[in-house]
Design a binder for this molecule. Structure first.
Ligand code: GDP
Ligand code: FE
Ligand code: FE
Length: 186
């Protein structure tokens, strides 16, 4: 089974806590995919692999950004922003995954982007609400995710932005573009 191979590789690269988070994202993503009619198989693969680059060395990640000619705007950012786009490159190399929807779900799982697909929304939301997540407001996000995926992605992005602003962190441009795109579509 390919999934076992993916899980093994991910377990090797992650801490135990982050691996348990990954299993939570997988189960939640499968549930949301089923509920909202996204591809369950793709949701499972993207969820298992979404944080594969989380503990990659930052300089190695920047080297990948340059070599692969990824968006240059990534270069000044740290691991928080880099692990999605770099993770997509790693799973292409390791597992020859070429499905663009899976790759984009991994690429944009931290920031979101303009015109997210259903699969991308499922992974973004699942990452945020999986059962091991503990932050004030997570239960409300879980409840909304059971009712309306569109509303859930809006609330999740809003939560992320609010948190970042409140703690005076820098906002990656795609995060804002994603927020504007979702709110424009109200
Ligand atoms: P995780 O990898 O499962 O912990 O979750 P994510 O990949 O969604 O997020 C990783 C970290 O990036 C979290 O701490 C987010 O708050 C943070 N993050 C998300 N968007 C931005 C952004 O625009 N700017 C900054 N500085 N951090 C962000
Ligand atoms: Fe992540
Ligand atoms: Fe994650």
């Amino acid at each position: 089974m390919e999934h076992d191979q993916y899980l093994q590789e991910v377990q090797k690269r992650l801490t135990e806590k982050r691996y348990i988070h990954t299993l939570g994202v997988r189960d939640t993503a499968i549930h949301l995919a089923e509920k909202y009619g996204a591809d369950k198989e793709k949701a499972e693969v993207a969820a298992i692999l979404h944080d594969i680059a989380k503990y990659e060395d930052v300089d190695a990640m920047r080297a990948i950004v340059r070599e692969r000619k990824l968006d240059e705007r990534l270069l000044p950012w740290e691991n928080e922003i880099l692990h999605g786009p770099v993770g997509a490159e790693i799973v292409k190399d390791l597992f020859h995954i070429e499905d663009e929807d899976i790759l984009n779900a991994i690429r944009y799982h931290t920031t979101g982007r303009v015109n997210m697909t259903k699969l991308e929304k499922v992974i973004y939301v699942a990452d945020m609400i999986e059962p091991n997540r503990k932050f004030v407001g997570v239960d409300r996000l879980r409840q909304i995710a059971e009712e309306d995926l569109e509303e859930a992605i809006k609330e999740c992005i809003t939560h992320t932005l609010t948190f970042l602003v409140a703690s005076r962190q820098l906002i990656y441009p795609l995060t804002i573009e994603c927020y504007n795109d979702l709110m424009r579509k109200e």
